[in-house]
Design a binder for this molecule. Structure first.
Ligand code: BDR
Ligand code: CA
Length: 314
């Protein structure tokens, strides 16, 4: 097998973050250098604990988990307990983690790792608000040309927003951080709502996770059953969108996704459209292209990959 791809997962678990982390930890092609927690779906003290719970669920307590930004760069923190529940991981009854957080701050870890590895050796996988990533870039701009790729979940164009009519949650929570990241110049792949809303957690797919009969399979089913209820009510669908695992699936099988290289800019001034990703899909501006913006997913292939990989965990 070629060298494993080195990744840092920046995350605010969140049930869908949890499934993304499980997918990464189950995949031998990936070397998860660390998980960096950020405030988002729930406050930081919960997202960092949840990240550790998931590592232990996966049977990988040796995974390094770092605590990051407690609030967005400029705006007040907005959380999403109505979607994810009070703990952020409502659904299964997962034990309190026994592993410990790393001493280093997440931003320090991101900088030291990227500066310490060979150029273009580290891929960043942001699954939450982009606060930690923007802080790292601002504190040490020399990391930017050394990043292999940033593959992130965020934004939306054809689907509109999910937290406001215009904005997707991760970008809305810290639009100023998103602005820094989108303008940084490193290669960026974006998994917006346009993709994730085509990857529904149908009853049949959840049954397939449960049928694995493993603790991870059953916990995944329980996580997703809780997670989907909000969007099923909202959209009237069988299942809800499974956002964050699309990022990890892209690293494993990019051929599952199709998109275009376009300009994406973020709104940081208007309260009405705050955090909107203005994606120039049709090339009507001369703004410089900065993002490979995904629009479609082979959802059958995506769930087949996910189920096959989760089956490898205990
Ligand atoms: C994104 O927001 C969070 O609720 C999910 O974890 C995902 O990262 C979807 O808008
Ligand atoms: Ca997330």
């Amino acid at each position: 097998m070629p060298d494993k791809r080195k990744i840092i997962i920046d995350t605010d678990p969140g049930q869908d973050d949890a499934v993304a982390i499980l997918l990464a930890l189950a995949s031998p092609e990936l070397d998860v250098l660390g998980l960096t927690a950020v405030a988002g779906n729930v406050p930081l003290h919960l997202t960092q604990k949840n990240a550790m719970k998931i590592c232990e669920l996966a049977g990988k307590p040796e995974t390094k988990v770092f605590s990051g930004a407690i609030r967005p760069l400029v705006r007040q923190l907005v959380t999403a307990e109505e979607v994810h529940g009070k703990t952020g991981l409502n659904g299964p009854d997962l034990p309190e983690p026994t592993m410990k957080l790393q001493d280093k701050h997440a931003v320090e870890f991101i900088i030291e790792t990227i500066m310490g590895e060979a150029p273009a050796a580290v891929t960043l996988c942001p699954l939450g608000p982009l606060t930690n990533i923007a802080l790292a870039m601002s504190r040490e701009p020399r990391i930017v040309p050394r990043i292999q790729e940033i593959v992130l979940m965020g934004g939306g164009l054809f689907e509109g927003g999910n937290v406001t009519p215009a904005a997707e949650f991760n970008i809305y929570v810290d639009p100023h951080a998103a602005d820094i990241v989108l303008k940084c110049g490193a290669p960026i792949v974006m998994m917006p709502l346009d993709v994730t809303h085509k990857a529904l957690t149908t009853a049949k797919r959840i049954a397939a996770f449960r049928a694995l009969g493993t603790r991870v399979g059953v916990a995944t089913a329980e996580l997703l059953e809780f997670f989907e209820r909000f969007d099923e009510d909202k959209y009237g669908t069988d299942g809800g969108p499974l956002h964050d695992p699309c990022v990890i699936a892209y690293l494993l099988k990019p051929e599952l996704f199709t998109g275009r290289f376009i300009n994406v800019s973020v709104e940081t001034a208007s309260e009405l459209t705050m955090g909107m990703t203005v994606a120039d899909w049709w090339g009507v501006t001369k703004r410089e292209k900065n993002v490979t913006y995904m629009r479609d997913i082979n959802h059958e292939g995506f769930y087949a990959l996910l189920t096959e990989r989760l089956a490898r965990l205990p």
